[in-house]
Design a binder for this molecule. Structure first.
Ligand code: PLP
Length: 445
């Protein structure tokens, strides 16, 4: 075992190094050595395998520690201990060990003063975009921002004037409505068409809305929250063509772009053509992918220098001098450098949880429509066929089943009667929740 542990520490050794390591100088010793070597090799491979297996089972309970997501449950004192919320897009897993350990080391060796992104940081962002999204970006395109919400609020102010139209594909992530309303712009909605449970764009309506002379900006949610659609290249190209032809700038919120289910592929809007790149800003962040939202670090990627300047001018005007968090920058660098295997395993858990829920509804409540999940870890479920009023449904789920989802109506009128289920948690919590859901719904239908 000692030798085995030694091997573990010197992982770079090839199998041919092992005999020297054991000092085999005779045929007999060599035979024994080979047997030993063989079993060591199996152990070694098992260890390499387990080393790459991350913990997606432990939940750190976040009652009373300032978690917005968990706080909602505190007004329900009778909530059982094993209940976790399935609402806000924040995951119930522990931090990736490489990020946790890397941050500890960073704190030990750095001063926590004002920070700017380093060249290593920018290289990590560039490499991630290249590796995961086949998108080549330049370091100076990357603007660091405390959040994607901040960025699309800024985009609304920088690229439209009060009273002008900002286009949304609804239902949609609710802060997008706020960015428009709170800044006195006009909300221009192009409702998505729900066709047998899958959403598609009504391009005729979209084009008519984009054509209006006062429509200046599209807030594109890609992948789309809450519908879970991963827009295809063809759809994005059509969206882009309509926007380019009508002088509508595209602000593409791609915060969920790493969270893609098997069989689907995300396309970065700006990667489709140079023309699209020159007329868009792309909002990305490691926060959804790696549970880093509390560190408030995102990367707003703007290839066009003129748009970049206008965006930065607006940031300085309306936010003073926002800085990214030094630990957030380091966490992003660590995650983008070491996170491939973790992300792969995360996606497998999300897909497994999705399938369990899909099977449950097919078996127990076939009328309920689960929207096919193409991307994000947010499952959009249509409970309307059960005939329960949307607000009553929300009450029943919380008070009787202790199920804390995001209610569909917060995403706009089209979301009424839907619930959005956050799948990013250990599978055991999903199966326990389904039991509660089954008995509760059976009392009401
Ligand atoms: C589509 C979308 N954009 C932005 C955000 C939030 O971004 P940030 O925390 O970086 O402001 C979320 C969080 O759920 C989201 O779903």
């Amino acid at each position: 075992m000692i030798n085995y542990l030694y091997l573990r520490r010197s992982q770079k050794k090839s199998t041919t190094d092992y005999p020297q390591q054991y000092g085999c100088d005779s045929a007999l010793k060599l035979d024994i050595g080979i047997v030993k070597l063989f079993s060591l090799r199996i152990l070694y491979e098992m260890e390499v395998y387990t080393m790459n297996t991350y913990d997606f089972e432990t939940v750190i309970r976040r009652h009373g520690v300032g978690s917005g997501k968990w706080n909602e449950m505190s007004s329900f004192p009778e909530v059982p201990k094993d209940v976790i919320p399935f609402s806000v897009a924040d995951m119930e897993f522990t931090t990736m060990p490489e990020v946790k350990e890397g941050l500890k080391e960073f704190i030990d060796t750095h001063v926590l003063g004002y920070a700017n992104p380093t060249s290593e940081y920018k290289a990590a962002v560039q490499n991630w975009m290249q590796r995961h999204h086949d998108w080549t970006i330049q370091p100076d395109w990357i603007l660091d921002a405390p959040g994607v919400i901040n960025a699309f609020f800024t985009a609304v102010k920088a690229f439209s004037a009060p009273g002008e139209g900002v286009l949304l594909m609804t239902p949609v992530y609710y802060p997008m409505y706020m960015a428009i309303e709170r800044n006195g712009r006009k909300q221009v909605s192009s409702p998505l068409i729900n066709e047998g449970g899958r959403y598609r764009i009504d391009f005729e309506d979209f084009e008519a809305k984009a054509k209006a002379s006062d429509t200046k900006l599209l807030l594109l949610c890609s992948p789309h929250n809450p519908s879970g659609r991963v827009w295809t290249k063809e759809e994005l190209t059509r969206i882009g063509r309509i926007c380019m032809d009508n002088n509508v700038l595209v602000c593409s919120d791609e915060i969920h772009n790493d969270l893609i289910m098997p069989g689907f592929r995300h396309t970065v809007f700006a990667s489709l053509s140079d023309e699209f790149a020159q007329h868009s800003i792309v909002c990305t962040a490691p926060s959804k992918t790696f549970i880093l939202a509390g560190l408030q670090t995102s990367n707003i990627i703007i290839p066009n220098p003129d748009l970049r300047k206008r965006f930065l001018t607006e940031v300085l005007k309306s936010e003073g001098n926002p800085k990214c968090n030094i630990l957030g920058l380091e966490a992003c660098r660590l995650a983008y450098t070491h996170g491939d295997a973790w992300l792969k395993q995360l996606l497998a858990i999300i897909n497994k949880n999705r399938q369990i829920i899909v099977d449950f509804f097919e078996r127990e409540f076939p009328a309920v429509q689960v929207t096919p999940l193409e991307g994000t870890y947010l499952l959009w479920i249509d409970f309307r066929p059960l005939g329960i009023d949307a607000h009553e449904l929300a009450r029943i789920l919380r008070e009787e089943a202790f199920l804390f989802f995001d209610d569909g109506f917060i995403f706009g009128d089209e979301g009424s009667g839907f619930e959005r289920w956050n799948l990013a948690c250990p599978t055991s919590y999903i199966t326990a929740a389904l039991e509660r859901l089954k008995s509760t719904l059976n009392n009401h239908i």
